[in-house]
Design a protein around this ligand. Structure first.
Ligand SMILES: C[S@@+](CC[C@H](N)C(=O)[O-])C[C@H]1O[C@@H](n2cnc3c(N)ncnc32)[C@H](O)[C@@H]1O
Length: 336
């Protein structure tokens, strides 16, 4: 990723890079200390910025470098980005920047694309996205408490998907888009365990509905349980889930849980049906992810159409990392 950023910057003669959502600064450090670029690493979280500074010191102790790296804690928005870049510009007032982001999750990738299009100070973009769980959608009700509520929704961005297709994805598809069925064969044990967990979850809901503890249209939200401790057997899982739901432990007794498990696993082989259903759903993941990525690519193409053609103008997208090691592996590069 750092090589791509370095090459784009060199081609556009850009010396200043903003690493947006820099986290612990892995990319920022490589860009500053190895490629000798002037890097502004920005993250909305003070914890991340402090961690990044600590790692900087450690890296510099083992290999000194004169690269220029500044860390800033700030939530970047379309409103504050110009002031931020002007404050950190090295040479002149109208300095041009490349904005990059590695594993920019939720709406951060969409924000980055919008900043690239709207800000005169930013002329190039290198972006690799991340999970889509927190990607907001135009038609979705949004949480007003969220710090990003002043920012437009992250999907769809392009006129094509928004107006011509009028496509709505929904939160389940956002989550599914992060599945990586191509990894299953390499992680067989983990995969089989996760199928078993899906079966536990489905069977629990079936029992709860049958016993009048939940309604079929309103699935109970259990949240994250301890993968090691709470999944050793179905009755243990049921007890952990009931506790999380703040229901009495005898709402489903251990004997009942054992009986249901024996009937649905051994007699009816429902676990296999759940595995098939989950597999079919997960096989849709690459398609769903492609929709999000194609929307981003189309947005940039549409927005850049108004800018006169030049040698440097363009939008590119290709797989940069090995998808087995790093499933969110598509990089989007754009230049004005
Ligand atoms: C998934 S992490 C990626 C960190 C890093 N780039 C990496 O690859 O290790 C995303 C980071 O973006 C930060 N972030 C999200 N929205 C932001 C915004 N609008 N401005 C600044 N930082 C933001 C979060 O605090 C989080 O640390």
């Amino acid at each position: 990723m750092s090589t791509v950023v370095q090459r784009v910057a060199s081609r556009r003669e850009l010396g200043s890079i903003m690493d947006l959502g820099a986290g612990q600064g892995y990319l920022s450090r490589t860009l500053a200390f190895q490629h000798k670029l002037h890097v502004l690493a920005v993250d909305g979280s003070e914890v991340q910025t402090c961690g990044a500074k600590w790692f900087d010191q450690r890296a510099l102790r083992s290999r000194p470098s004169d690269g220029e790296l500044n860390h800033v804690t700030d939530m970047v928005t379309p409103e504050n980005v110009s002031t931020l870049l002007a404050r950190w510009s090295k040479q002149q007032e109208d300095e041009k920047w490349l904005v990059c982001g590695l594993h920019a999750c939720g709406d951060l990738s969409s924000l980055m694309l919008r900043l690239f299009i709207k800000s005169n100070a930013i002329t190039s973009l290198v972006n690799v996205g991340c999970c889509y769980h927190f990607l907001t959608e135009e038609h979705q009700p949004r949480n007003n408490e969220s710090p990003s509520s002043s920012i437009p929704a992250g999907f769809p961005l392009s006129g094509f998907v928004k107006d011509q297709l009028d496509y709505r994805m929904g939160s389940i598809a956002h989550m599914l888009a992060c599945q990586t069925p191509s990894r299953w064969s390499d992680k067989q044990e983990e995969t089989l365990k996760s199928f078993e967990h899906h079966f536990f979850r489905a069977l629990l809901q079936y029992i709860m509905v049958e016993k009048g503890l939940a309604h079929v249209d309103k699935p109970p939200i259990i949240g994250r349980l301890n993968k090691k401790k709470d999944f050793v057997s179905f009755p243990v899982y049921v007890q952990a889930a009931l506790k999380r739901l703040q229901m009495p432990q005898d709402a489903i007794s251990i004997e009942e849980a054992e009986a249901y498990y024996a009937e649905f696993k051994t007699t009816r082989q429902m676990d296999k049906q759940i595995a098939i259903l989950w597999t079919v759903r997960a096989l849709l993941a690459p398609l769903l992810e492609s929709i999000v990525l194609a929307d981003r690519w189309l947005y940039l193409k549409e927005q850049l159409a108004d800018i006169p053609d030049s040698e440097t103008k363009g939008v590119w997208m290709w797989p940069l990392f090995d998808p087995i090691t790093s499933p969110r592996n598509m990089v989007i590069v754009a230049s004005k």
